[in-house]
Design a protein around this ligand. Structure first.
Ligand code: SF4
Length: 196
């Protein structure tokens, strides 16, 4: 996907209308708890990098979040390296790529207190169902999504979430290639749809 050059100030509204469920969850957990554990930081941090958030903006964003519950000193000692590392600015300077859906779905499942993973794959039905209501998915769409999940078609469930929240996307001519395969493709298609 093309980088969209997003800025930290756009993230709340992007989370609201243009992020797939996995990233919405990470964004709201970060807003609520002002920190994320290791796998959550990686999943969300690399996603934001893939969406074009610069390393300086990423540093400012994570710092602003984490320093709501810790001193600047602690952030710089324990977490700043992490952010630079994701952007290949530390250690082996590997250029880490954002995780695909398959990687997230097959990856290690979230433990208590974790917010990473794929909600379709990793949440139980009740939790997923109430989450879908929370994000205002109507009953018919919700049933269709939960049916896909029951058949273990997690990525199709995610596509269905896109369709349910972008009514009329077929007529808009926006390409939905990769929606359900990559979280960045999902957001990119949504941003195109909303012409952001
Ligand atoms: Fe995220 Fe992919 Fe799961 Fe959708 S299918 S919630 S984009 S991991």
């Amino acid at each position: 996907t093309d980088p969209d050059n997003i800025k930290p100030g756009m993230l709340n509204s992007l989370a609201e209308r243009s992020m797939p469920l996995c990233m919405k969850q990470l964004h709201s957990a970060l807003n609520r708890e002002h920190k994320l554990k290791h796998w959550g930081r990686l999943q969300y941090g690399l996603f934001l990098k893939g969406a074009g958030l610069s390393v300086d903006d990423a540093m400012a964003f994570w710092q602003a979040m984490f320093t709501k519950i810790m001193g600047l000193d602690q952030f710089q000692k324990q977490y700043a390296y992490n952010v630079r590392h994701m952007y290949g600015k530390e250690g082996k300077r590997t250029n880490y790529t954002p995780y695909s859906c398959l990687k997230i779905i097959m990856g290690n499942p979230p433990a208590a207190g974790d917010h990473h993973g794929c909600p379709y794959r990793h949440y139980d039905e009740d939790h997923l169902s109430s989450l879908l209501s929370q994000v205002r998915i109507g009953a018919t769409d919700k049933d269709a999504i939960l049916r896909q999940v029951k058949s273990k078609n997690y990525q199709l469930a995610c596509q269905r979430h896109f369709e349910a929240t972008h009514k009329g996307y077929e007529a808009s001519g926006v390409s939905t290639d990769g929606v359900g395969n990559h979280p960045n493709a999902w957001m990119h298609a949504s941003m195109e749809f909303h012409k952001e």
